[in-house]
Design a protein around this ligand. Structure first.
Ligand SMILES: *Cc1c(COP(=O)(O)O)cnc(C)c1O
Length: 435
């Protein structure tokens, strides 16, 4: 459930009319709901009740400081994949002791930053990373708390671009290789082994791959402990899917996920657990609002040309993702429907949000909104076509605030630099006709 509902035919974000925000901020814009973020966080909290479990929100899903602050206040930790995300977590008041550092390509500088900021845990993804981390820790007179991300080689049955737990993916340490690396880590002076980690993919709509992966994880923990390496922490990763449309079978609920975790790890409930949800917390807590610039007919097809584009929301172009698109002014049930291709203005055919979508009839200048745009939306925005990315607004009850303003053209152009040599060099002359 989210807090984007119609009241008397007008869309509201909590207690604020979305058309009113559009009036104040202009379009396109992202709009996040505090109450929905909080609700989703609490769903996980309740689903894992009874276990000592830290929810480490995956910052990459939506890294706006207002979003991080909202979750951090509830006690959330953070799963970060770069120094930049680590800095965001700290800036939002989430202390290093609640930050997990993940990712396949952490640099020396990033590892130093993590150790200098009391990182809770570094999820190591390869042998060379383990060696570098040991070296960095020793040079700082520190001991790095380490979990290894183990690749269980299970099929997460999700889109190939967001599947991470197959042997051929770049992520994690091969399952068979893990015991050897754990023994190596246990002997390193700069490393303290704290746990095991897995993250098999995103937008998982079935609990079965999780159960398979977690059973393997359990076997590995038993084997490592028989080898004399205690594993006090279990990092369950993230990836639980969200409903992107009303029409499909809804994905498993956090409650059922929690019950499965308790079952698979029966007898291990005395450990510390960690979970890294991103999408499930943020996706349905955000919408993208856009205005219809033109309704155009081409060769019998109707195109809705919006003022939002793939530079604002790239998921449809990147993952063939589906977003429900609805009018901000609710259509009545007996209004005529029309089939549209919903597109942005960018000069790429990939700048298409939906093809042959049956929708209520939309007119020029009408506002529409994309549901479930709170995760992997604004964070993936770019300035392609020198378009200022959509600003971000956050609502709480009857208040709203611009949590990230729209860039001005001066902001955008001012980032480039024209080399001084153009002033020193002679201006090239057009070629003279020698014929
Ligand atoms: C992306 C990611 C997550 C979050 O995945 P969601 O599908 O958004 O829940 C968690 N952990 C790691 C290591 C990730 O890379």
């Amino acid at each position: 459930m989210d807090h984007f509902l119609y009241r008397n035919g007008a869309l509201y974000a909590e207690d604020v009319a979305v058309a009113e925000i559009a009036e104040a901020v202009g379009t396109p814009f992202y709009c996040y709901s505090t109450a929905t973020l909080e609700r989703h966080y609490r769903l996980f909290d309740e689903a894992l009740e009874g276990l000592d479990c830290l929810i480490c929100y995956a910052v990459k899903a939506n890294s706006n400081l207002a979003v991080l602050k909202t979750l951090g206040r509830l006690g959330s930790g953070a799963d970060v994949v770069s120094e930049g995300e680590f800095r965001r977590a700290l800036a939002a008041g989430i202390p290093g002791e609640r930050v997990i550092f993940s990712g396949v390509g952490k640099t020396r500088q990033e590892l130093e930053f993590a150790l200098n900021n009391d990182v809770r845990q570094i999820n190591v993804e390869s042998e060379p990373e383990l060696e570098l981390l040991n070296e960095v820790a020793l040079s700082l007179n520190a001991v790095a708390p380490v979990s290894m991300r183990v690749n269980p080689d299970v099929d997460a049955k999700t889109h190939e671009k967001i599947s991470t737990g197959k042997a051929e993916n770049k992520f994690g340490i091969a399952y068979e290789d893990a015991p050897r690396l754990y023994r190596k880590a246990a002997e390193m002076q700069g490393i303290r082994v704290v746990g095991v980690d897995m993250h098999i993919g995103s937008q998982l709509t079935d609990l079965e791959p999780y159960e398979q992966a977690y059973s393997l994880m359990r076997d590995l923990i038993e084997r490592l402990e028989a080898d004399g390496i205690p594993i006090p922490r279990i990092d369950l990763g993230g990836g639980l899917g969200v409903p992107y449309t009303r029409d499909n079978q809804p994905p498993p609920l956090p409650f059922d996920y929690g019950a499965m975790v308790r079952r698979v790890f029966a007898g291990m409930h005395d450990r510390e657990f960690e979970i890294e949800p991103g999408r499930l917390i943020a996706a349905n807590a955000g919408i993208l609002v856009a205005k219809t610039v033109y309704v155009k007919e081409n060769a019998g097809r109707q195109f809705l040309i919006l003022d939002a584009a793939m530079n604002d929301l790239v998921r449809p172009a990147l993952y063939d993702a589906w977003h429900d698109i609805d009018p901000v002014n609710e259509a009545s049930a007996n209004d005529t429907k029309q089939t549209y291709d919903v597109v942005g203005p960018i000069c790429e055919s990939g700048d298409t949000f939906a093809k042959q979508r049956l929708m209520p009839k939309i007119e020029q200048n009408d506002l529409v909104f994309f549901r479930s745009a709170g995760a992997y939306g604004a964070v993936m925005a770019s300035e392609y076509n020198t378009r200022p990315p959509a600003p971000e607004v956050i609502v709480s009850k009857d208040r709203f605030v611009i949590a990230r303003p729209r860039l001005t053209y001066d902001d955008m152009l001012g980032k480039d630099c024209i080399p001084e040599w153009f002033e020193e060099d002679e201006t090239p002359q057009p070629p003279t006709d020698t014929a």
